[in-house]
Design a protein. Structure first.
Length: 187
């Protein structure tokens, strides 16, 4: 058992019969009354974010987690298949455990967060920025660049994003895997 003084970003804990990860925290010592810790917690099972306040010195149940690198292999009816880069063991996950699975390219490396005692996967983290090739987009009209006009583009994974008019088929672009937004063109 740990106390609120051990809270830090990324710490995983059991709370309300679920496993949560600390997204933000703030130790508060008001002028009047006892100190407390204000936190923002993200559920590792369903992704919901909640705000919670713990009184100072409150005991918390810390969960030990491990991050392992896996390679994405393919998708079929049973789920998404991954291979451990060190032991070559294969696992499969359901698509609902992943945020923005449409940006995963076969052969790409991802991080899977495991519950250490139960050895079960909790979440999958994509890299923050992903480089993908544009397979289809309408040609841009010359002279329409006075404003931030965007057009839809289909990527090699089948995902669709909004890109600026100067992006053409065959261009490689960098996108944000969390929001799915265009960041820049890659040379």
């Amino acid at each position: 058992m740990a106390s609120t003084s051990d809270i830090k970003n990324g710490l995983c804990m059991k709370y309300n019969h679920d496993i949560y990860s600390v997204v933000e925290f703030l130790h508060v010592k008001p002028g009047k009354g006892p100190a407390f810790v204000r936190t923002k917690l993200k559920s590792m099972t369903n992704g919901k974010v909640i705000d919670n306040t713990f009184p100072s010195g409150h005991k918390i149940d810390v969960v030990r987690v491990e991050r392992k690198k896996y390679q994405y292999l393919y998708k079929d009816d049973s789920g998404l298949h991954f291979m451990d880069n060190e032991t070559f063991d294969q696992i499969f996950l359901q698509e609902d455990m992943i945020t923005n699975p449409q940006f995963m390219k076969e052969g790409s490396t991802v991080e899977i967060l495991f519950h250490a005692e139960e050895n079960r996967p909790l979440t999958l983290d994509l890299p923050d920025k992903i480089v993908l090739e544009v397979t289809y987009t309408e040609p841009g009209v010359r002279g329409d660049t006075a404003t931030n006009v965007t057009k839809p583009a289909t990527l090699e994974t089948g995902a669709e994003v909004k890109v600026p008019l100067f992006i053409n088929e065959g261009d490689k672009i960098r996108i944000d895997s969390k929001t799915g937004s265009y960041l820049e063109r890659v040379k």
